[in-house]
Write a protein that binds this ligand. Sequence first.
Ligand SMILES: [Mg+2]
Length: 411
Amino acid sequence: MKVTGIRTIRLPEHPQMLWLQVMTDEGLTGLGETCLGPATVEAHLHETVAPYLIGQDPGRLAAHRRGLYDVFVGYEGTGAETRGNSATDVALWDIAGQAAGLPVTSLLGGRTRDSIRIYNTCAGARYGRGNRGALKASDRATAGDRGLPQDEPGRYEDLQAAIERPGELARDLLDQGISGMKIWPFDQYAAATGGHDIRPEDLRAGVRIIEQIRDAVGDAIDVHLELHAVWHLPAAIRIAKAVEPFNPYWFEDAVKAHDLEAAARFAASTTVPAAMGETLAGRWTFRRLMETGAARIIMFDIGWVGGLSEASAIAALAESYELPIAPHDCTGPVVLTASAHLSTSAPNAMVQETVRAYYRGWYGDIVTTLPVIEHGQIAPPPGPGLGTALRPELLTRPDALIRTTTAADLG
Ligand SMILES: [Mg+2]
């Protein structure tokens, strides 16, 4: 089998998303996905990945993982090259599974569990769409900054609910069998001080959100506190100390992961496990994350970290450090599907992130099949490869931004 071309798909209504199809001469098509800066990633895919991949055997996963990595610049971090390579890697795993007639889970070593517990990230239906261009961390601060929730009211406006009626939201999640919720009640206060300080009244307001959850449901729900790396070390430690009495499940990205020693000082300052890694890529960086003790829960996003090849290697590395993994999804349906394959295979997977506003919302507009999510558990869809595909009607949408590179284009 040979790769005959690649196709990228962007949709104006999802200005941060990019989908990738890798086509072959045997009619199999692999699907990948990444997000943030999609036009830049698209350029990398057509300029660099297509000339490398076209004409090659797609099944040589290990060779292509290394081949895409062995570039002079752009190999480290979650830049556009790594995001594009991540989408490519996932598409190649999809092809390999389809060619073998096996789900990706089987290629990863098979299931260690039939399904895994999920938690709900309390975003709304339009969270994360933002505008094109750089998405600053501080833009995450409020609902309105990210184009929601008032402009598309729906059943799962969980970001708004997390601020206005957190206890009711916790009960609603528990009613659906979901026993974990991720919230970011402090983000909105970071901009006032550049994340260097938090006013006592703001600290109390954020803590009050968590207190209301505990008042409503006690310890029945895990509260994952997302800090989105909008804080610097002293403020992050102050927030952690204020929240600790309410027994949060984890503190996520308390500070930026560019200084793992600072992150390690944060982790050492609190009894609550620190979760980190979704902004990082590559096994070498994750080895440092583990060596420094900056994280007790290893997160990554398969669409940013280097794909399934890198994510599965990092999962194994984490196991050797006695650490669990918790794959990220607040991105797209293909990454969630790939994550479901890995989370049901990796023995040290602890919990899988999901966003019900997405998987009960727009995810179904993009792909033919979604992971099976019920009773607070997720399992990958049945069928070979990823078990899903891009909905064919997306390719004929007049507003779709589609670019294809084949051997003929390479000249
Ligand atoms: Mg996060």
